[in-house]
Structure formats: C-alpha cells, structure tokens
Design a protein around this ligand. Structure first.
Ligand code: ATP
Length: 899
C-alpha cells in the first residue's frame, strides 16, 4: 500500500475527506467525542499535600516542643502548640492550593488555537474544538493540538514533550511506516509536540484523552514547582531564627532553674512555649500567597506569569531587550508609498497614478502573489501585518487580491525566513511560471541582476541603481517607515519549478519598494520614561532596518538623537568580549537587522555582566533566547506557540508597557514581602522581653506574660495583618530607584535592626511599662507575693493582661510603621490598605475574646481591665508608629542632605 492509499483509507475510516468536515458535522462530533482537552486528575493528591504541611522541618520543631510539653505533663500548653501547628498547616495548605490554582487558571487566558478546514475553508478554531476527522493545517511555530496523520507536506517536529529527545525530527506525509512504534512513525504527529519548521496538512485521528499525550497525562501528575530564590532565602532565615529560638530556650532553662529557682519542669514548659512563640512558621505561606496575589493581579493587566518565582525576578530586572514590531509599535501597518524606477508614488494622496504608472501593475502583481494575508470584504484583514500592508498596497494599485485566485496560481512557496529576510513564491502567470520574491531591501538586492527600468523593460542593475535604491530606502526608513523590496524572475517555459531556495532566489529583476507605517503605541513613551527613572535600560533588538529602528526608538524616547546602531552583520564580526565591551560602553544602542541568534548572544553577554534580563520574542527561533533570558517574554496575540512555551511571561496584549507594569508589580511584591518580614520579626523582642525580665529579676518580679498568653498572641496577631501587608499599595518612588541588585538578599541587616532593636524594643518598653503600672498601682512592690490566694493575685492577672494587650497595641503600631520603608505613611495613605484595617479589627476582636470570655480568662490567666487601663493602651500604636515616622523623617532628611 502506498502512502496515498493509506491516507484515503484512514479518511474513509474517519468519515472525512481532504476538504475537511462541515461545521455541523464538527459540532456533532464534538458532542460525541467531547472537547479536545486533557482532564487533570485533581483532588487525589491533596491528603499528601496536607500531610506535607504537618511534616515540614519547622512544624517538626513545634511537634518536638509539644512532645516535650506532654512529657513534662503540661497538657494545656501542649494542646496550644498543637493548635498552632494545625492552624498553620491549614493556612499554608490553603495558600498553596490558591497559588496553584492561580497559575493553572492562567492557561485559560491563552486558549490554544488550531487551524483547520471547515466547510472547505481554512479557519482558526479553539484547539479544544478539534474532532477526529478534522483536516488540520500545521505551520512553523504551531503547537500541535491533536494526534494527526499527515496527508500533504512535511514538517520538523520537536517531540521532546513525548520522547524527551530535543532534536527535531522530520515528519512527512510521503513516508509510510508500518510495524514501527507509533511515536516513531514518520507520518504521524502528536498532540503536545511543536512544529519547528515546514508546513503540512493532516487528518486528526485522536483528540483529548485518547491522544498519546492524554495517555501520559492520565498516568502522570502535576509538575512540581521549584521553590523560588525568595522562598529559599526566607526558609534559610526561618531556620536561623528557629536555631536562635532553640538556643534561647535552652539558655532559659538554667537561668530559670538556678536564677529564679523555678522547678525544672516549669522551666522546660517556659522554654518550649518560648520556642513555639518565636518560630516564624507563618512566614513561608504568606510569601506564597503574596506571589500568587501578584500573579493574579498581573494576569488581569495583560501579563501572564507562568511561575510564581518570576514575580520576584521581574522586580530586579534591569535590562529589557525588546522587539520593535508589535511590542513598541501597534503592529497595524498601513502602506504609505511605493517606489519604482520611475519614481515615488504616494498611496495616501488621491492623486491617482503618477509617472510611475507603467511599472506599478508589476509591483502590485508581485505584492499580491507573494503573500499569505487575506482581505475578506466586511471582515478584519487576517495574516501577518506586514503582508496585510503589502496586500493593501497591491489592492490600492489595482491588483487582484482574492486569496482563492492567488492560491489557484501558486505552485510553490518558500516561507519567510527571518535569517534570510526573504520570502518567495512561484506562481503561474498565463502559460509561464514566475518567481515572486519580497524581503528586506539589502537582503534582496544581492539576488537581483536587473532592474525594471522606467520603460517597463529590465535593465542591468549597476552601482548607480544600487545607490539610488539605498538612498530611497534610507529616506523612507528615516521617517520610521518599514520598507520591503519586491522582485521577480520569469522562468523559462517548460521547466519544473525549482524546489531549492537558492535555485529560485537568484538573477531576479528588482521591481520596487513598498513603504509602510507602523505607528508607535501611544502608551509606550510613558512606559519607557518610567524605565528611565527606574534605572532600567531598554535595548531594541529588531529585524528591521537600522534607520527605521532608530526613528521609532527616538520617537518613543528609548534613544537620543544619535544612537549607535549595530547591524546583524556587524554583530557577527564581534567576538564575545567585544560585544560585552560594546554593551557596557555604549548606553544608547540599537541592534537592527538582527537574527534570532543575535538575541541569544546579547542575552548571554548581558547576563554575563550580572544583569537581570527580560527579553521579548515571538518566533520559533527566538525560543533559545527566551529560555536563556531571566524573563523570557512572549506575545500572546501574534507570537508562535513555541515562543509562548519557552517564555516565563506571556503578554496578552503584546504591549511593551505591560512589561513595565509587571516589573513594577514585581518590585512592589518584593517590598511587601520585606514589610511583613519586618512585621513578623518585630514580634520576637516583645515576646522574649517578659521572660528576660522575669529571669533577670531574680525572683523579685513575677512573670509578666504567661506562656499561653504568648501563644495566644502568636495566633491572634501574626497572620491576618501579615497577609494584609502583602497587598499593601506601593511606596511612592518605587519606579524612581535603581533595580535591586541580583545578589541582594530579601532580608538585610538594617531591616533586622529596625524590627528587633527599634520597633521591637519600643513595643517591649511600652508593654513592660503597662505591666508595672497596673501592678504597682495595686500596691505591689518588688518581691511581693502574687500567687493564687494572695491579695495581689487579681491585680497580677490584670497586669499580665496589660502586658498581653500592650503587645497587641504595639504591634498595631508596628503594622502601620512597616508599611513604608522611607516615605511618610501619609504619602501612601494612612487608611489606604483596607485589608490591614480588617486584619486589625479581627485582631482586636480576638483580643477582646481572650480577655473577656470567661473560658479564656481561666485558660490564659487573663482578667478584665478597668476602662482607665484600657484608655492607657490607646496611645501605644501611635507612639510606635509615630516614633518610626520620626525616624524615617530623619533618614530622609539625612539622605537629602547627602545628595
Ligand atoms: P521585530 O524583531 O522588531 O519584531 P521585525 O518584525 O521587523 O522586527 P522580522 O519579522 O524578523 O522582524 O522581519 C525582518 C525583516 O524581514 C523586515 O524588516 C522586513 O524587511 C522583512 N520581512 C518581514 N516580514 C516579511 C515577509 N512576510 N515577507 C518578506 N519579508 C519580510
């Protein structure tokens, strides 16, 4: 059986034909076979995930403390510690599920598309709507959406998702394999693999879970997310603190036993409780949540981030390498003018034909033939925007632009190759065949030997013509226009169309130029200005002409009046150290006529210098550079599936401004993470101080805070405000400071000083002042007994309650203080974070329950406080916050003075 017979048989089996299915039949099959999507096996793994939350190292430390407490018989405290473990595990679990959902949901923002024949016409449909029997059209850069048997054409397929082999393999309709494993059959391509080159048609024979990918998906599970550098750093610090807590707790035992003559058991209880209070177990889940919130917010603003950790990388991005077309510009091209040997013809003026008249029909014929765009009346033009503009020019010049007419004449096509910057077709014109070529002028000229002269006859192309053409190209390009050159060559009668590119694209007759305008996006200039103030360098790397690139870059403010432009050719001659030197010595640089390899080299050079690089790209060949950059940015609308897959971020609106929005969000989140790290760390000092006072008091001062009160404080005040801080608005000046160096850790010395020694010490002082005030107003003097049954016992309970509430009041002040690092709180709005207000309300409510509900009174040893004492607490938050406000003011003044 030959390949054609096999294909016919398959088509018959699938009740289809090479013209594809009708929409009605496709609809019917969709309800029969179900959507072409993979079902995830969800839910099964959650017990494992939950169990993990109970067994991570910090939780184990807490379990150890609980076990110790059980052994020494302090069951109530042990129960409280277990409660902390459970609450935290539940919280962390919810955050993780949340985060995972946020990332998974992103997939829905970029539904995969597929090209099929429906009702005999090529049409783009949602990949989920593919059904067996559909005729699919596969082109370079497509992700293949179903299992397909090729019927015509040949492609290169990257099958690494299925086979693990990353070398692309040839798949062709004309090779029929029998008796080989399916994955090796040369005429089959599979869902989930990518087409890296060529073009083919094929019939869909399996969709959804029946595909090979579906079979694998049914077996495998979710991909594990790597912990981000941020999480790793915080985990390290959490460990450090855990170690310090253990050391402190251990040191407390001898001091309490010998210094204050506490029983060993009591000292152990204290030590274990202290440990449980100080371990920052809530830190990691809050970070996960903060990143997930950012990912979700970004998605709604046009930037889909595929990994949580990318958010923090975005925050430290200091170089953005961007394409021009579509990213800086609107990608809506409009033909403005054409040029032929008899002069320029303005397409926008209503002047009708000019002297160039005779040559224009030839130019228009090439423009229409060497083209894949479609102009359907009443619909938006479809296809590559450059080609749409070329086709519009052809129509304006009176050529036939109907797609069916064009396809009827086409015998062969050489796709646009971004390396060669050329595209050619071979078409029938009357009884002869003609090669039609279009491309970048400098790329096309070397393949031309003649010029279509003003008389409509080819004349030899000499140096003067070269100069004339180049001058015209430069004149167009300087105005920011994109210029395409067109040429043709009639083939001698009776020969077969050449199937090798080099055989077609030579001895061409240069016919003319088409100049088109792709205006810059209006919002880009402002985004570029923001990059400037934020210390982010923007480098344009474009396939377009140097002058066009320079004109656009100037217009949006990326470069000054005389940027250094480096062409692909010049770049090829540079060695790596020379390129590195060029990049660091020339601040204002544009790479034009760049090939995808250029991007890779530039990404490498910049990363080698320690920069954090975001790089945009849209073609198959851009994939390596997208992977190599710190943040690969692909286009959601115009890019290929392959580029989208290789990237870390996809812009749903293809807009440069969205990259800047994402960088800002990354910075903001990083700041917010720092805020709640300070907030959570600031707990430590007031938590330890009461025990320190007790231990150093040598038995004269009764314990100012019971262990259970400490744990209650931990539960009540840690999580809600920290969560709220992760949503805090950005501090002014966020985009007015240089990017964070790659090497800078999330936790820095000054932050710890501020948390432990400034905010923490202040809260401790207030808390102890309240304690001693209540105690001494009841007539207590150092050494007076306060135990159960003594006259001072009730006052002692009230005093510990005062310590407890003092800590809470102080921490409220801390929560407001940490909201800004340098600016005054007024500049961000005192009440601008309503989550924080709710968090504090919840905290106050909980505190009231702990102090006033009788069961908690007896459990925690609290007692109701008179109104007078409560009023004393009111200034606490203001003192803490106010002091920090003053400190920040001084810092600002000092830096202002020192420049
Ligand atoms: P950017 O990299 O900024 O998106 P670009 O779109 O100009 O720039 P390419 O698509 O690689 O980059 O195009 C490079 C050059 O190739 C263009 O400047 C143009 O001269 C030529 N070109 C682009 N599209 C076609 C096409 N369909 N047919 C022929 N030549 C083309």
């Amino acid at each position: 059986m030959n390949p054609e017979e096999a294909a016919d048989l398959l088509l018959r089996d699938l009740s289809s034909s090479s013209a594809g299915l009708s929409s009605i039949e496709a609809q019917r099959r969709l309800s029969q076979y179900g959507p072409n999507a993979l079902r995830r096996r969800r839910g099964v793994r959650w017990p494992v995930e939950l169990a993990r939350q109970f067994t991570h190292p910090l939780a184990l430390l807490l379990w150890l403390a609980a076990a110790l407490l059980v052994i020494v018989g302090s069951l109530v405290v042990a129960a409280a510690v277990v409660l902390i473990i459970v609450l935290n595990a539940a919280f962390a679990f919810i955050q993780e599920v949340h985060a995972e959902r946020a990332v998974e949901a992103l997939a829905e923002y970029i539904p995969q598309r597929a090209k099929v024949l429906r009702d005999g016409e090529p049409r783009e449909v949602d990949a989920a709507e593919l059904v067996p029997g559909d005729i699919a059209i596969i082109e370079e850069g497509d992700r293949i959406a179903a299992d397909i048997r090729l019927l015509a054409g040949a492609i290169e397929a990257d099958m690494s998702t299925l086979t693990g082999e990353s070398v692309p393999t040839l798949r062709s309709a004309s090779i029929l394999d029998v008796d080989v494993p399916v994955l090796r059959a040369h005429d089959l391509v599979f869902s989930g693999t990518n087409c890296t080159g060529g073009e083919a048609r094929g019939v869909v024979f399996a969709t959804g879970m029946s595909t090979e990918l579906g079979r694998i998906a049914a077996l495998s599970e979710r991909v594990k997310q790597e912990p981000s550098p941020l999480e790793r750093q915080v985990r390290r610090v959490a460990w450090l603190i855990a170690a310090v807590s253990v050391a402190l707790a251990l040191a407390f035992i001898p001091v309490a036993t010998f210094g204050v003559h506490l029983s060993l058991i009591n000292s152990l209880v204290f030590a274990a409780g202290l440990l449980a209070g100080m371990v920052p177990e809530g830190l990691l889940p809050v970070i996960t949540l903060a990143l997930a919130v950012a990912v979700r917010a970004l998605a709604s603003r046009g930037a889909l981030v595929k990994r949580l950790s990318a958010v923090e990388t975005l925050g430290s991005t200091d170089v953005i390498c961007t394409d021009k077309t579509g990213t800086l510009t609107e990608n809506r091209m409009r033909p403005i003018a054409v040029w032929t040997a008899s002069g320029v013809h303005d397409l926008e003026a209503d002047s009708g034909t000019t002297a160039a008249g005779e040559l224009l029909p030839t130019l228009a014929r090439i423009a229409s033939a060497c083209n894949n765009a479609r102009l359907t009346p009443g619909e938006e033009p479809s296809g590559d925007p450059t080609e749409v503009a070329v086709l519009l020019a052809a129509r304006a010049l009176g050529a036939e632009t109907d797609a069916a007419h064009r396809e009827g004449k086409r015998r062969w096509q050489f796709h646009f190759d971004p390396e060669l910057k050329l595209m050619s077709t071979i078409d029938r014109d009357g009884d002869r065949l003609v090669v039609h070529t279009k491309g970048a002028p400098e790329a096309l000229l070397p393949h031309c030997t003649t010029l279509l002269g003003p008389q409509g006859r080819p004349v030899p192309l000499d140096a003067a013509h070269h100069d004339l053409i180049t001058a015209q190209v430069n004149a167009f390009a300087t105005n920011g226009l994109r210029v395409l050159a067109l040429a043709e060559r009639p083939l001698p009668a009776g020969i077969r169309p050449p199937h090798r590119r080099a055989d077609a694209e030579h001895e061409l007759c240069f016919v003319g130029l088409i100049a088109m305008l792709d205006p810059p996006r209006p919002e880009v200039a402002e985004a570029v200005a923001r990059c400037r103030t934020a210390g982010i360098r923007v480098i344009v790397i474009t396939g377009d002409h140097p002058l066009t690139a320079a004109a656009i870059a100037r217009r949006v403010g990326i470069s000054g009046d005389s940027p250094t432009t480096v062409s692909g050719e010049q770049l090829d001659r540079l060695t790596e150290p020379e390129l590195a030197r060029l990049l660091s010595s020339e601040p204002d640089i544009i790479f034009a006529r760049a090939s995808p390899e250029t991007k890779l080299r530039i990404a490498d050079a910049l990363r080698g210098q320690g920069h954090v690089v975001a790089m945009t790209g849209d073609g198959v060949n851009d994939a390596p550079a997208l992977r190599r950059a710190d943040i690969g940015v692909a286009m959601g609308r115009t890019g290929t599936d392959v580029a989208r897959e290789a990237s870390t971020m996809v812009l749903t609106d293809d807009n440069f401004a969205s990259i800047v929005v994402a960088v800002r969000a990354g910075r903001r989140i990083y700041d917010n993470v720092r805020k709640f790290i300070i907030y959570i760390f600031a707990h430590a000092t007031p938590e330890v101080t009461p025990f320190l006072v007790f231990a150093l008091g040598g038995g004269l001062v009764p314990l100012p805070l019971t262990i259970l009160q400490l744990l209650a404080f931990d539960v009540g005040s840690e999580t809600a405000p920290a969560l709220a801080l992760s949503r805090d608005p950005a501090e002014p000046g966020l985009m007015h400071r240089p990017p964070r160096p790659r090497s800078e850790g999330v936790i820095r010395g000054p932050m710890l000083v501020r948390a432990w020694l400034f905010l923490g010490v202040m809260v401790s002082a207030l808390q102890m002042a309240g304690y001693f005030y209540v105690l001494s107003s009841a007539g207590w003097h150092p050494g007076a007994p306060v135990g159960e049954g003594t006259p001072l016992h009730h006052a002692y309970r009230q005093a510990t309650t005062m310590t407890f509430l003092g800590m809470i009041a102080g921490q409220i002040g801390t929560a407001f203080a940490v909201r800004t690092q340098r600016a005054s709180l007024r500049s961000v709005g005192v009440l601008s974070n309503r989550y924080l207000l709710w968090g504090i309300a919840a905290e106050l409510f909980l505190a009231a329950v702990f102090v006033y509900a009788p069961p908690f009174q007896s459990l925690l040893g609290t007692a109701a406080l008179p109104v007078g004492d409560l009023l004393l607490l009111v200034p606490y938050p203001f003192v803490v916050w106010g002091a920090d406000e003053a400190r920040r003011y001084l810092v600002r003044r000092r830096t202002a003075r020192h420049g």
